[in-house]
Design a protein around this ligand. Structure first.
Ligand code: NAG
Length: 346
């Protein structure tokens, strides 16, 4: 045999092997479990991801328990009219009595199903500089985004464990990359990812999967909600804070926020598809980042030196105005000699 035909045989074999590999990879990724006798609890179904996911899983044949912050909300009523089999629950994840009551309802209405998955979706976001983000807003975000997830998980985990089921936590890309203007949000989402990664390693002993969904910004109730807040928070900030930052700086934070919102992705199915996959796939991923192309950028970004990360985020957020108190530095010789910057706050 001449070398030409040897090359041809080797090449063809490699190519065919690769096609077979892709075929099996596809089978592996698309293999689903049966929805028969399986129930799912989702929190935060009034709007957004939770609402859409409840509809999709109901359509797939799962028994869905849809936790809503307000069972009389438009979203909750829509869900109820959409399906007879779906059960709406009153569930404010920061209220222990409501979590306990929800469990009683779930257990009593399983009707032969087993609780297969809990999707911790309920969450809040706010955009403002830390110094004018109200303390109560900060606290509320930790309560909902972190303690809500922890408390709901604690209540339902033994049922999930009994069925070798899944805990799915909706985190965020902001849970691995901290963007200015999102101190509370990032703190809560970093914490949720830490909680999930740790719990996943504990739950491996029980064949329970703990999965995080990490979307970038999408146009949902959550992004719509934080649109107005920066102005309100600024208007009620302490006078000293307002003077030190100055109106021009504040305007820049508004522009920065607008640019962010303009980049918010419209196709929320990108995220819902991941959520559905995480519940229904025989071999789900441990982590879903959407849009997918940002995962590569984001993971690479997170490996860079912090100086570099800071610089890139400085350009991305585009706030180049000096805060007011930084504009008078040269005139403040006296303060400099005292080793102090001019601040109305001191
Ligand atoms: C979480 O659960 C603990 C203990 O049951 C309770 O004290 C706390 O208030 C709960 N926190 C939230 C935010 O639900």
């Amino acid at each position: 045999m001449d070398s030409w035909s040897t090359d041809l045989i080797i090449g063809t074999t490699l190519f065919v092997s690769f096609i077979i590999f892709l075929f099996y990879l596809h089978l592996y990724q698309t293999k689903t479990i049966s929805s028969v006798s399986r129930a799912v609890l989702i929190t935060g179904c009034d709007t957004g991801f939770g609402h859409q996911l409840a509809i999709r899983l109901d359509t797939e044949g799962y028994k869905v328990f849809a936790g809503c912050l307000d069972v009389n909300s438009e979203g909750a009523r829509k869900l109820q009219s959409y399906s007879q089999t779906l059960t709406i629950l009153q569930l404010d994840v920061t209220k222990s009595d409501q979590i306990e009551a929800a469990k009683v309802i779930v257990v009593n209405n399983l009707m032969g199903n087993v609780l297969w998955a809990v999707v911790n979706n309920a969450g809040l976001a706010s955009h403002a500089q830390f110094e004018w983000l109200p303390k109560t807003t900060f606290e509320r975000m930790i309560q909902v985004n972190l303690m809500g997830v922890v408390n709901v998980t604690r209540e339902f985990l033994h049922l999930i464990r009994a069925n070798k089921g899944r805990i799915i936590n909706i985190a965020s890309m902001a849970g691995r990359t901290a963007i200015p203007g999102f101190t509370a949000y990032s703190a809560s989402k970093f914490a949720v990812i830490g909680f999930s990664d740790s719990l996943r390693r504990e739950m491996k002993h029980f064949d329970v999967k703990v999965i995080t969904i990490e979307p970038s910004l999408y146009k949902t109730g959550l992004s719509a909600h934080f649109i107005l807040q920066n102005d309100v928070f600024w208007s009620i900030a302490e006078p000293a804070v307002r003077r030190d930052y100055g109106g021009k700086f504040f305007s820049d934070t508004q522009l920065s926020r607008n640019r962010l919102l303009n980049r918010a992705r419209k196709n929320i199915d990108e995220v819902i598809d991941c959520c559905v996959h995480s519940v229904t796939a025989a071999y789900p991923s441990k982590r879903y980042v959407r849009p997918r192309h940002l995962q590569i950028f984001n993971d690479f970004f997170n490996e860079m030196f912090l100086d570099f990360q800071d610089l890139i985020l400085y350009y991305i957020t585009g706030i180049y105005t000096k805060p007011d108190m930084m504009c008078h530095e040269n005139q403040d010789i006296e303060h400099h000699m005292l080793g102090r910057r001019r601040s109305y706050a001191t």
